[in-house]
Design a protein around this ligand. Structure first.
Ligand code: ZN
Ligand code: ZN
Length: 148
């Protein structure tokens, strides 16, 4: 099971670095990706991003409020990026009120997901020296949608 989080539904929780914003997931994880695109590198200020795709309606903010910044995507759409206004931790990408998948930024989860079998996307932009497990599926660019 790729990207499996072995916790019962409703008990998957997370929050920002300072603790001002807390959230709970009231549903299943659809899919988890590691994304090596340049936007994820900039966003995380690190080598890659962890995108835990869920249904936006399943994300329940239980404490605090997020601020939202928007950026254009390659195909001319707009991606909403939600973050803690106090510490700046990025928490979610996508329209929390819409029907499209939303990405929880994986490092914000209280219990990190098992990443050993997840797909790696945008490997064309992978930083040299970062190793991808031999069993992982890889995508040169974007696999299907743009909420990574
Ligand atoms: Zn915070
Ligand atoms: Zn990305």
């Amino acid at each position: 099971m790729t990207g499996a989080i072995s916790q019962p539904e409703g008990s998957i929780t997370g929050g920002c670095q300072c603790g001002a914003v807390r959230y709970r997931l009231d549903g299943q994880v659809v899919k988890t990706y590691i994304c090596h695109c340049r936007e994820c590198q900039k966003q995380s200020a690190s080598a890659f991003g962890i995108s835990v795709r869920v249904h936006g309606a399943d994300v329940i903010i239980t404490q605090g409020q997020v601020k939202t910044w928007q950026r254009p995507t390659d195909s001319g759409r707009v991606l909403a990026c939600h973050f803690c206004p106090e510490c700046g931790s990025r928490l979610f990408h996508g329209d929390l009120a819409g029907d499209d998948p939303v990405s929880i930024k994986g490092g914000s989860l209280d219990v990190m997901p098992d990443l050993s079998g997840v797909d790696h996307i945008w490997v064309a932009r992978k930083v040299r020296g970062i190793a991808i497990p031999a069993e992982a599926r890889t995508h040169f660019g974007e696999p299907d949608d743009e909420t990574a």
